[in-house]
Design a protein. Structure first.
Length: 293
């Protein structure tokens, strides 16, 4: 929960961005942890549950809706809808801790040394922190000055690119990655299709080494080499889920290539072909507009 709002005159103003789809179980707590920000922009992909209703129940939230064309596209578009100088980007299953809030507020008030900052994440699986498997080193660029960062044109697992170095903050965010299988498995399937689509558009092939070798290697690396076994049964299940996601991506791509050879082309997820979504110039232009508001 937030420790209270900082006065805007004490620091540059912050716009929080949250992208959502069917996140009624997570969104309220996420927004509560971001109420210290000066505005919160929720961009929803036409959820079929109470997600938009929850977002609109907070006076500080502007809830917009846009068709989903990949995480990078959605976040870039969402950033362009904000009004203030600094952007803080969260997913609905993430939380800003009071310690992280205080660190960001103090950093901005004292004059940042960089235009982008990386935030460490503590990953949870069914309320159990995943301490190993490589995820103990999980970190993402999420605090950025307007115009200093942009997501690249990738359909999945796109990391923000920045104009300069992204310094690492001390305090982590919380990432409630897996609450239940019924919530997480559809996400794995979605990422599998989007990952396969990325491979298709870049002319990647898929054979025995990809369908068998890559999932096996991911499990061995996470569970044995990176210590996933030290997390007990949750670590085993977690590592196998990640390996399954890798298998699904390459198996789907193999199926598409095999069917294409038979004359049956795949139906790919809709890609965002709007060049303005990927252009850095638009980010700079939005900065000028935001400074005028």
């Amino acid at each position: 929960m937030a420790t209270g709002e900082a006065h805007p005159q004490d620091r540059p103003r912050v716009s929080a961005v949250v992208t959502t789809f069917n996140e009624e179980r997570n969104l309220g707590d996420c927004i509560e942890s971001l109420l210290w920000c000066d505005e919160i922009v929720v961009v929803d992909s036409f959820s079929t549950d109470r997600t938009p209703e929850i977002a609109r129940s907070f006076a500080k939230v502007r809830c917009l809706q846009r068709p989903y064309k990949g995480s990078a596209s959605q976040k870039n578009w969402a950033m362009d809808q904000t009004r203030f100088e600094w952007l803080l980007i969260f997913d609905a299953d993430e939380r800003c801790t009071p310690e992280l809030q205080a660190e960001i507020a103090a950093l901005l008030a004292s004059g940042p040394r960089a235009d982008a900052y990386t935030i460490k994440r503590r990953v949870y699986f069914m309320d159990r922190e995943i301490r190993y498997s490589g995820w103990q080193h999980d970190r993402v660029v999420r605090l950025v000055k307007r115009g200093a960062g942009r997501y690249p044109n990738k359909r999945v697992h796109a990391d923000m690119q920045t104009r300069g170095p992204a310094l690492v903050l001390k305090n982590p965010m919380l990432h409630y990655m897996i609450e239940s299988f019924d919530q997480y498995l559809p996400r794995i399937v979605k990422y599998g299709f989007w990952g396969a689509a990325q491979g298709w558009t870049t002319s990647r092939g898929s054979g025995f080494a990809e369908v068998f070798g890559r999932p096996l290697w991911r499990f061995v690396r996470m569970y044995l080499l990176q210590g996933g076994f030290l997390d007990g049964m949750p670590g085993l299940v977690f590592c196998m889920l990640q390996a399954f996601g890798t298998y699904l991506k390459w198996a789907i791509l193999w199926e598409w290539r095999a069917n294409a050879a038979r004359g049956h082309m795949p139906k790919l997820p809709e890609f965002d072909e709007d060049e303005s979504i990927w252009a850095w110039e638009d980010a700079a232009a939005t900065q000028d507009a935001g400074n005028e508001r």
